[in-house]
Every structure is written in structure tokens, then in C-alpha cells.
Design a protein. Sequence first.
Length: 292
Amino acid sequence: MPSKMWSVVDLLDWTTGYFQQHGIPNPRLDAEVLLGHLLKKSRLQLYLHFEMPVFQEHLTPFRELIKKRIAHTPVSYLTNRKEFMSLDFYVDERVLIPRPETEQLVETILTAETENFQRLLELGTGSGVIATCLAVQHSEWEIVATDISESALAVARKNAEIHACTAQIKFLSGDLFEPVAAICANGDAQFDWIVCNPPYIKNTERDTLRPDVRDHEPEIALFAGNDGLDVIRRLIAEAPKYLAPTGKLILEIGATQANTIRTLLEAESAYATYKLFKDYAGKERIVLASVP
């Protein structure tokens, strides 16, 4: 970044070109988001102040953000911010960055016909966006959220605090159903919903991922064995024990896993019905299975 007096538009133009040279996807968008983050302005406000000068106090940290971005650090980790279901969430390297596809999972739950009070268990909560969004929409629901990563749970708790949901969500540490096994042992505390966005990428697909994902997001939230189904198999097999009558298991799955998931569900007699939902790209990405 040559030494000169920089305006907002000059800085955006230069950064966009620099990102393009380094093969960064969405170079203009990334430039706008990073500069807006530093200047505490929305992208619209940047455009309304195109000629505003940017001084050294902001140029120096902006240079550092540019260096990290061309090293493929995700923008959400640089800004510690990700929008999900029209809410703002804190994210960092301890958690997977929420994807738009996962919003469809939440929307499927929200549009289902349910009683006013529901007990919901989220497994592998990560940043806590699913549990928190559901708590915001349904303040009467009782929600338990688990994760094997203590550091991820710290982020989830932070997001619940940001959105004033800490009293509604109980966060537990452990592997999948392990933390809730004791409270469900007598059958008096089963769940109406079990929800999970599990890891489902094959170990062999590691080299096909973008470096933003492969080199920066937590492996434990991405990979699930040689066929990507290690966690999903456990969820399908173990969930019925923790579901109340007519309870539902809802999962996000990989874009090529639908047929295998059908086979797994049909082999599990505990489920009465199941349905797969397509995402906006026409891929079956959400599975909803119900017990009698």
C-alpha cells in the first residue's frame, strides 16, 4: 500500500485490486467489509462517504487485516462478526463460521406445527447460533446445547449473553449425547427436538476445500471419517432414546449424502417417518425424522 493521502474510495479500489491479484473470492465485498469494520461504518455509509480521508490510525491496522486476508484468514474471523437469521453473532477461530444453508435448518423448526412449550437439544452447538436464534424466537422453549469443545462453548455462551438468552439455554460439555444421558436416564426429561449441524466432510476431501476453510476453521467441526458419516450414524442410532413421543431429529447433511441417509433411516425401526428438504440450490441438505 503506497504512501499517500487515502480516501475511502481510493482505499477500496486499491484493496480490491490487491485481493484480485492474490485470488481472493469476492474481493470488493471483502474490502468493504474490512474497511467498514475498522471505520465502524456500514457498507452503505462507506459509499455515502467515498471521499472521506482515511488516516494512519486506521491505515496501519487495515494493512494488517489485508495481510491476514491474503493468507486466507476468513473475513468473519477478522471482524469477529457473522450475521445469521438477521442477528449479529460473535465468531472466532474456536468455532465454525455459520453458513446460510444452516438457516434453512432453523427455519424448518420455526415453521413446524408445535405446541407452545418445547424441549430442544442441540448437539455440537459451536458458536451457539442455532440455539440462540430459537431461544430468541421462542422464549418459552427450554433448550439444552452441548459441545465437545470447551472453547466453542465459551463462544456459544457469549452469543447467548449478547442476545439475552443465558437463562433459557443450558450449555453442557461433552461428546454428543454424553452430557444429557444422566438427565434422560429415567425417561422424564426427553426432548421434543434434537437438532445438529454435524461434521460431514470426508477426510479424503480435505485437499478439495478452500484454504479459508481447510486451514482456519476447526477440524473437529468439519471432518467425520472416511465417508463423512461417522457422527451422523451415531446421531441416527442414538437419538430415539432421547426423543419424547412424536419427537423429531433434524440434521444438516452433505450435498451428496441423501441416499445414504435414507438407507440409514430405513434401517432404524425407531423412526416412524422421515423427510428430506432441498436447499436453494436444489440439493437435499436437511433431514427431518420423527419417532411414533
